[in-house]
Design a protein around this ligand. Sequence first.
Ligand code: NAP
Length: 251
Amino acid sequence: MAISFSLEGKSALVTGANTGIGQAIAVALAQAGADVAVAGRSEPTETLDLIAQTGRKAVNIKADFSSIEPVQRVIEEAVAGLGKLDVLVNNAGIIRRDDLLQFSEEDWDAVMDTNLKTLFFLSQAAAKGMVEQGCGKIVNIASLLTFQGGIRVPSYAAAKSGVSGVTKAMANELAPRGVQVNAIAPGYISTNNTAALQGDETRNRQILERIPTGRWGNPDDIAGAAVFLASPASNYVTGHVLAVDGGWLAR
Ligand code: NAP
């Protein structure tokens, strides 16, 4: 059997795809052959255009993932728009920064709810259909803070560490049903999410000094890993967190 990285005939849903890493992943999945639904709270006009330029179908679903209220509807709209759902990429996420000793409950709950709770329940809702069809791929966007504690971002570190646990827990139960669940841990990628860090001269220098590749990543640097984990080429890969970090964790 030839190894296939093609997503021809597949349908994918990407959350938070109006910008950054989510946009790059949504467009790359379409370039690999998938029809793609994007779900989020901001208008993904540019992403929809870029998907359409690949000749694949693009579906827009409005949803605020700060609670699990929309998850069932989002999966239903994705299936209605695309005919089925083969791939879910849980990308939507936020970060809140503050000193540990004054970190608020609001900043704790907001990050845990969006980055972990919604990720689990959206995956659960998608997995039901994937189990029924006997195959599927779930790709969660984790972080270097899945492995490390970071500075001034305790709820983000907790949520992204939790993403690893949920990825493995889901992988174990879903592997016998033909569904693979993996995560990508992006390194330091230039997006809205990291604009504050890049703007801080000292932190920016410290970060660059540790990256063996010597530069910040671009959203496109993450897209290849996402296509791999969405494709038949990764059918024997499950429960894995793949770092795409320019070598950061190797230091
Ligand atoms: P970004 O440009 O800020 O993108 C985040 C995406 O999530 C946006 O589309 C955002 O929508 C969406 N989102 C956030 N809260 C939402 C909500 N309540 N409902 C619906 N959509 C919501 O940042 P990014 O760097 O591309 O982040 C994408 C993912 O990668 C996140 O999970 C992040 O934690 C992770 N990550 C990023 C880096 C990095 O270095 N950039 C490193 C490791 C992990 P809006 O535009 O409406 O806010």
